[in-house]
Design a protein around this ligand. Structure first.
Ligand code: AMP
Ligand code: MG
Length: 341
C-alpha cells in the first residue's frame, strides 16, 4: 500500500469500502480503482448514463471506446458474444494463461453492454485485471466495469491513488487505494476479430508472446491502416515540453532542463552535457519492466517542477521497449498512430 494519508476521497480497500464502492457503481456513479496497469475510472458497463459520466469527467471524445473489466472467463460471456468452437473462441482459449493480466482483447459486443462504452462499435474491449482490489470490486458489484485510465483526457495515466486525487479531488466520491501499479503502463490491446490477431496498442504483453500462444501470425496496427476510432493520432503528455534526448541541440537548451534516463549505465550523459536541473533513472539495472512502473510517476514529478524542457532517453524497440517507446513518443509528440487517453 502507498503511504497516502486518507483524506480527500481515498480509501484503503477494506470490506466496508468495497461494499460502498459497489453500491455507488450500482447507483450509476463512478469509482476510481487500482489495476496492475494503471488506475481506472469505473462505471457499470451496462448503464449508458453512468458510462456517459466517465466521458464527461475525463473530457474524452465519445468515439474513443472504453475497456470493460471482468473478474472471470465466465463473466466474459455476458460482455461478448462468442460462438462456441469459433475461431474467436479458440483464440481466446489459447490466451487463457494471460487472463487475468495486462491484456485487453477485442471481441464481438454483447447487447447488454452500453453502446456508449464501445464508442458506437459492435465490438468490445475486454480485460480481466489481475489486481486483487479490481477483482474484489467487480465481484462485489456483480457487474462488468467499464473503465479507462483515471486521468483527464490527454494527460499522463495515474499509477497511484494520489495521482487520481490530484486530477479529480472533489469530483469523485471514492478512490480505492491499491498502492503503486505493478505494471505501470496501459494494457496491450489485441483484436481477435480481425483476419490476423492485431495489436492495436502495444503493452507489456508482447507480440512475440502472443504469436507463440496463438500459433498464428500476429500483426501490429502500425503495419495496417487505422481500424478503430480510438486509434486516431492523439498525444498524451506532461504540460511541460518533452523531447527525446538528442532531438534538441545542446546549444538550444532552455535554462531549466530535466533528464529522464533509462539505466544507471548511461550516467555519463549528465556528466558530458551541461545544465540539467533534475535527473531521474528509470531503472538502475536497465530493467524495462521496472522502467515501465516508474515512467508515469517520474513524468508527473518532473511536470510539477516548472522546467522548460524534459528530455527522455530512448530505449531499444525490443520486447516491452516497443510499448515504452510508444508512450514516450506520445509524450514527446512523435507519435504517429493509436490512441492515448
Ligand atoms: P483506455 O481506456 O484509455 O486504456 O483506452 C482503451 C483503448 O482501447 C482505446 O483508446 C481504443 O484504442 C482501444 N479500444 C477499446 N475498445 C475498442 C474496440 N471495440 N475496438 C478497437 N479498439 C478499442
Ligand atoms: Mg487512458
Amino acid at each position: 500500500m502507498s503511504s497516502t494519508t486518507y483524506d480527500l476521497n481515498i480509501f484503503p480497500p477494506s470490506g466496508t469500502a468495497l461494499k460502498r464502492a459497489a453500491e455507488l457503481l450500482r447507483n450509476g456513479q463512478l469509482v476510481a480503482f487500482p489495476t496492475e496497469t494503471v488506475y481506472g475510472l469505473g462505471a457499470d458497463a451496462r448503464n449508458d448514463a453512468a458510462v456517459k459520466l466517465i466521458y464527461k469527467l475525463k473530457g474524452r471524445p465519445s468515439n474513443n471506446p472504453l475497456i470493460v473489466h471482468c473478474s472471470s472467463k465466465e463473466q466474459i460471456s455476458a460482455v461478448a458474444l462468442i460462438e462456441p468452437r469459433s475461431l474467436i473462441a479458440q483464440r481466446l482459449e489459447r490466451l487463457s494463461s494471460l487472463m487475468p493480466g495486462p491484456l485487453s482483447v477485442i471481441l464481438p459486443k454483447h447487447p447488454s453492454i452500453s453502446m456508449i462504452a464501445t464508442g458506437g462499435l459492435n465490438t468490445v474491449a475486454v480485460r480481466i485485471p489481475s489486481h486483487p482490489v479490481a477483482l474484489a470490486l467487480i465481484n462485489q458489484a456483480k457487474m462488468p466495469i467499464a473503465a479507462p485510465s483515471a486521468n483527464p483526457s490527454n494527460y499522463i495515466s495515474p499509477t497511484t491513488a494520489g495521482h487520481v486525487a490530484k486530477s479529480f479531488a472533489g469530483q469523485l466520491e471514492m478512490i480505492l487505494d491499491g498502492g503503486k501499479c505493478s505494471v505501470g503502463i496501459e494494457s496491450t490491446v489485441l483484436s481477435l476479430v480481425s483476419e490476423h490477431p492485431m495489436i492495436l496498442r502495444p503493452g507489456t504483453v508482447t507480440k512475440e508472446e502472443l504469436s507463440v500462444l496463438l500459433g498464428e501470425q500476429v500483426v501490429s496496427q502500425a503495419e495496417k491502416t487505422i481500424c478503430s476510432p480510438g486509434q486516431l493520432p492523439l498525444h498524451y503528455a506532461p504540460q511541460t515540453r518533452c523531447a527525446l534526448l538528442g532531438q534538441v541541440e545542446v546549444s538550444e537548451y532552455p535554462s531549466s532542463v530535466g533528464l529522464i534516463q533509462f539505466s544507471g549505465s548511461s550516467t555519463n550523459i549528465k556528466e558530458t552535457l551541461p545544465g540539467y536541473q533534475v535527473t531521474a533513472t528509470l531503472s538502475e539495472t536497465g530493467s524495462l519492466h521496472e522502467a515501465a512502473t516508474k515512467l508515469y510517476a517520474i513524468l508527473r514529478e518532473f511536470d510539477e517542477q516548472n522546467l522548460d524542457l524534459i528530455l527522455i532517453e530512448p530505449c531499444a524497440l525490443e520486447g516491452i521497449g516497443e510499448a515504452l517507446m510508444d508512450r514516450i513518443n506520445r509524450a514527446t509528440n512523435n507519435a504517429d498512430t493509436s490512441a492515448a487517453e
